[in-house]
Design a protein around this ligand. Structure first.
Ligand code: GLA
Length: 373
């Protein structure tokens, strides 16, 4: 009897030691998506293959902090239908299965990307000629129908159209879609997606929608959607911000604009760049040579910058919370700093734009966005 008791005590002691030596599993940080569950979903974009390309610690973050996952690349056309009529769903299937096993939702990204360079070359060719309007529409329909139908009931949200608004004085970005089909390629994309899954939330996604030039075009686009009764349900504002110039007022004006058309909004690709990038495009690129060697926060980001970033994230989340009647989701573009695209775009540098650092540990920004009540 006595030996049974000491064995039990010993086993409890071993268990406690095991738990203490695995802090990543025992001391889970408060969950962001749980904290925001009455306001909006909190999501993350994941590149590569799930779960194989991620460490146990990273998987723990993915599973506990976010309730929606979006594939950063594996559902894009140049991945899924790189060659005509040959669909590669391998990675996308694994992604959807991972999310389902963990009761997370998936946002499919993206069915049509309105930039020629982001579309496989075959899509715009018919032998030596460009496709006719009918052929291009048929290709769009086949692509959208095939992908959406496969995940019907499993992927409730779709970025149907990405980046169709022009950066210059045009309304719609010049592309083969526009020159061959005309601007109704926009309406058609949503109609095909809606026919394939009438239950899905369909989203238009773009960048810089809070800057005056694009805001004006967004208004035109919202009017276009309304006039043609296009089945679109939400606007995605990408939200790739720079630390020193987050346009809070313009951002709020854009949220109100979307609200005034009765649509939902999502913040679809959130990050805050700390190695500021605007200079890259200034004065016809004259600073590029100098910037290409600029890597000030390698290996670490100074505490005062992290603190500044935390304050900006906190202000953003306060703004988003004020509009939680309109905002349906906030998606971080990448899990942690080591996986951000801003380490490579527009030049190679050590960036720190997200809530978790390279060791998948929470940064001041993480604690700053956790709501206090
Ligand atoms: C755009 C696209 C995303 C991604 C980012 C950069 O915002 O919508 O899919 O490619 O660029 O990584």
């Amino acid at each position: 009897m006595k030996s049974l008791k000491s064995l039990t005590v010993f086993l409890i002691y071993v268990l406690v030691c095991v738990i203490i030596s695995f802090p990543a599993y025992s001391q889970t940080n408060p969950s962001l998506c749980a904290a925001y569950k009455n306001r909006f979903n909190v999501a993350v974009a994941i590149d590569g293959r799930l779960p194989d390309d991620y460490s146990p610690k990273e998987l723990n973050l993915i599973r506990t902090q976010f309730n929606v996952l979006t594939p950063a690349n594996c559902m894009k056309m140049y991945h899924i239908q790189r060659r005509r009529n040959i669909f590669d769903f391998d990675q996308a299937d694994a992604f959807v299965a991972f999310a389902a096993a963990n009761s997370q939702k998936v946002l499919g990204h993206c069915l049509i990307w309105a930039k020629d360079v982001r579309t496989p070359a075959w899509f715009f060719r018919n032998g030596d000629n460009p496709p006719t309007r009918e052929l291009l529409l048929e290709r769009m329909q086949t692509h959208i129908e095939t992908v959406v139908t496969r995940y019907r009931g499993k992927v409730p949200y779709w970025d149907v159209l990405n980046e169709a608004l022009a950066d210059d004085e045009n309304f719609i970005r010049p592309s083969t879609y526009l020159s061959v089909i005309g601007d109704d390629f926009i309406a058609k994309a949503f109609e095909y997606a809606h026919a394939a899954d009438p239950e899905a939330m369909l989203i238009y996604n773009d960048y810089n929608l809070f800057f005056a030039n694009k805001q004006k075009k967004l208004k035109q686009l919202l009017q276009y959607f309304k006039d043609r009764e296009v089945p679109v349900h939400a606007i995605g504002i990408q939200g790739h911000f720079e630390l020193d110039k987050i346009p809070y007022e313009d951002l709020e004006a854009t949220i109100n604009l979307i609200k005034s058309f009765g649509l939902k909004m999502v913040v679809s690709e959130l990050d805050i760049d700390v190695v500021l990038r605007s200079k890259w495009w200034a004065d016809n690129g004259k600073y590029r040579e100098e910037l290409a060697k600029y890597d000030p926060y390698n290996p670490a980001c100074p505490p005062e910058i992290l603190k500044w970033q935390a304050q900006e994230y906190s202000k953003l989340f306060a703004l988003f919370s004020r509009h939680s009647d309109t905002i349906q989701r906030i998606t971080f573009w990448g899990l942690h700093d080591g996986q951000s695209w801003l380490n490579n775009f527009p030049w190679k540098r050590t960036n720190h734009p997200l809530l978790f650092d390279r060791n998948a540990e929470p940064k001041p920004a993480y604690y700053a966005v956790l709501p206090t009540k």
